[in-house]
Write a protein that binds this ligand. Structure first.
Ligand SMILES: Nc1ncnc2c1ncn2[C@@H]1O[C@H](COP(=O)(O)OP(=O)(O)OP(=O)(O)O)[C@@H](O)[C@H]1O
Length: 382
């Protein structure tokens, strides 16, 4: 089978009509960078936000044209609403889901508050975020999700950390997910959690070269085109940091709230504050801060050492007026079990540490179950 070239893909897209029907996608400059990896083709098409839903046939036509190129094994085509490239006077970049109609009743979506489409069957979506990488956000997200499950809830986890997906490793899940009816993706499952990660679909090198709009668009599809079934909670392991991708995610996903993970060090706390501010900007409630690697438990004696200036996150939470959810120690157990893909809440459910995660989960759930009804997005099905 010959290697697929970018030129072949561009030539195929040059035959797909542009939305105004007067030209083609390439001449109109609507196609993003095209990435080819392992004979699979990835690109996005820029469309005006308010037309994203009606342009689903365009997306399909582009996908079909590219899939027909000899040697192409598959294509991931996403619609992206880009303010700069769009002539529409839209107030927010708003890639719309396709496949379902989530338009708010009474007309076109108009601003960030209106474009947040819910996920059918999913009760509350909770983001786990951190101001910077390496603080243990993914480890916390996975154990938190398992703790919610241990507390009796139906739970899914979406790994939105597209540049460094950890969920497949942490939950020991590999392989490609199956498709249902050629459209929806069936989530993978382990330890009672339904899980979806970009890591199941795209290799890390491919994701690395994606730019903001593609990341957002792919994430929104992962959220909405996965057959999650009925879930009480979907935990989203957010990408680390507080850049545009995170902000747009926070803007477009109907989050019930966010859990911020920090370590006790000053620098991490400064970054955690940025994360709190970022969610504040888009009026997402902060469900609380978790202090991870709070203190060190010696593996031999079990003695506790406060070597990192433990307590910083609690003080910070009090200072900025958000709940403090708990302290998770730095232990060999957490690290080793994470590396093995058997997270501690699953592997050692009766340990002291699992109890800490369960308490965090119970605290968060009590806040969410009181608040989500009030904040539930209106979803309209056609
Ligand atoms: N409480 C803990 N005790 C011991 N090791 C931990 C703890 N929390 C996380 N780790 C370890 O720290 C490393 C980083 O954790 P993790 O991948 O969860 O962080 P992250 O914030 O999601 O990082 P990134 O954003 O860079 O992906 C991992 O090796 C993990 O096993």
């Amino acid at each position: 089978m010959p290697d697929v070239t970018k030129d072949q893909v561009l030539a195929a897209l040059g035959k797909v009509r542009s939305p105004d029907l007067e030209s083609d996608l390439i001449s109109r400059g609507l196609v993003s960078d095209v990435f080819i990896s392992d004979s699979k083709v990835y690109f996005s098409i820029t469309v005006p936000a308010e037309k994203a839903q009606e342009l689903e046939p365009l997306r399909l036509a582009a996908e079909k044209a590219v899939t027909a190129v000899p040697g192409v094994k598959g294509a991931l085509v996403t619609l992206t609403a880009d303010r700069k490239a769009s002539s529409a006077p839209q107030s927010a970049p708003a890639p719309q889901p396709h496949g379902h109609s989530h338009a708010p009743a009474g007309g076109q979506p108009r601003g960030p508050a209106n474009v947040k489409a819910g996920v059918p069957g999913v009760g509350a979506i909770i983001a786990v975020a951190s101001g910077k990488g390496g603080v243990g956000k993914s480890t916390t997200a996975v154990n938190f999700a398992l703790a919610l499950h241990a507390n009796g809830l139906r739970v899914g986890i979406l790994d939105a950390d597209i540049y460094g997906p950890s969920v497949p490793r942490l939950l020991k899940i590999s392989g490609r997910p199956e498709q249902i009816d050629g459209r929806l993706i069936k989530p993978k499952e382990n330890y009672g959690l339904k899980a979806m990660s970009m890591g199941f679909l795209v290799d890390e090198e491919t994701a690395m070269i994606w730019r903001g709009p593609m990341v957002q668009s792919a994430l929104l599809q992962m959220l909405r085109e996965v057959a999650w079934g009925d879930l009480d909670v979907l935990v989203v392991d957010m990408p680390p940091g507080t850049g545009d991708v995170q902000l747009t995610m926070a803007q477009q996903v109907p989050l019930a709230g966010a859990v911020i993970v920090s370590t006790p060090q000053d620098l991490a706390l400064i970054d955690a504050r940025k994360a709190v501010t970022m969610f504040g900007k888009v009026e997402i409630p902060i469900l609380g801060i978790v202090e991870n690697m709070s203190y060190f438990l010696a593996p031999d004696t079990g003695k506790r050492y406060d070597i990192f200036g433990h307590g910083g996150a609690r003080a910070e939470a009090e200072r900025i007026g958000v709940p403090f959810l708990g302290e998770v120690p730095l232990t060999m157990d957490i690290r080793e079990r994470s590396d093995l893909g058997t997270p501690i809440v699953h592997a050692d459910p009766h340990s002291e540490i699992s109890a800490i995660y369960r308490d965090i989960a119970a605290n968060v759930w009590s806040q969410v179950s009181q608040g989500t009804r009030r904040k539930a997005p209106s979803i309209v099905f056609e």
